[in-house]
Design a protein around this ligand. Structure first.
Ligand SMILES: [Zn+2]
Length: 253
């Protein structure tokens, strides 16, 4: 990545994490979520997160389907009729998701059990920590992308294309589960960009866009075998989403 582009990415990260602090409904960073005690399902905080998740699930599904189609076109997968079949099946799986199951024990995680393909299980701390529609759509889109990929990694080629591009641009080692997690985050960021463009609001565009990734604005920046560190996740996402970088920097108020 040229130094000038790299500098813009770092500038955009500063914008995102600054907006998060100023935003009354900014998402809680995941390291702060991890430090919280478990939150019973019946608390007002968890219930309002659950209501929000259920409200935006239909729009998140549509945005994920559009993002998958867009990626397939951008990376040239539409030309292969075999791959087109896989994309159609992936879209069917996304369509089938009907409910959010709040779960105290899942804490700050959301997950999909592929034995229960119609349900996204959502930790109550996570539900409570995503306090905007944009923040919630981003995480729902992430989980929906796991569902789209399915039991046997049907979208493997798409995941490889996205993660190879991110590796190439950032020099980070993004393979295996890390590649899938990053691609799911990318679909989340794409979904929010499209949502912000389609739904005018009095709120600033920068602030709304920042919500797609700001839960990664951690102080304790640790990754693991399956995930890049949260701040490297933002870095990799912005490297492959230059339009988001431009929008974040140019619309800053
Ligand atoms: Zn994931």
């Amino acid at each position: 990545m040229p130094p000038a582009a790299r500098a813009l990415v770092e500038q955009a990260i500063d914008v995102i994490c600054r907006e998060r602090k100023l935003d009354p409904v900014g998402s809680m960073p995941i390291d702060e979520m991890q430090a919280r005690p478990s939150l019973p399902v019946q608390t007002a905080e968890a219930q309002s997160g659950l209501t929000r998740a259920q409200k935006v699930l239909p729009v998140a599904k549509n945005l994920v389907i559009a993002a998958i189609r867009q990626l397939a076109a951008e990376y040239g997968f539409q030309k292969s009729s075999r791959y087109q079949g896989r994309i159609d099946q992936a879209i069917d799986r996304v369509q089938e998701v009907k409910r959010i199951r709040p779960d105290m024990d899942s804490r700050d995680n959301a997950s999909v059990y592929l034995s229960r393909p119609h349900t996204i299980t959502f930790g109550t701390i996570f539900l409570a920590g995503l306090r905007s529609d944009e923040g919630m759509i981003s995480v729902l889109a992430h989980e929906l992308m796991h569902i789209a990929d399915g039991n046997s990694d049907n979208l493997r080629a798409l995941v490889a294309a996205v993660s190879n591009r991110a590796s190439l641009l950032t020099g980070m080692d993004i393979r295996g589960q890390r590649a899938e997690e990053l691609t799911c985050d990318f679909v989340g960021a794409m979904a929010v960009s499209a949502y912000v463009a389609d739904s005018p609001s009095y709120e600033s565009i920068t602030r709304r866009l920042a919500r797609s990734v700001e839960h990664n604005c951690v102080d304790v920046d640790e990754g693991d075998e399956d995930h890049l560190s949260p701040r490297n996740t933002i870095r990799a996402l912005l490297a492959i989403h230059p339009m988001l970088v431009r929008d974040l920097i140019n619309t800053r108020q």
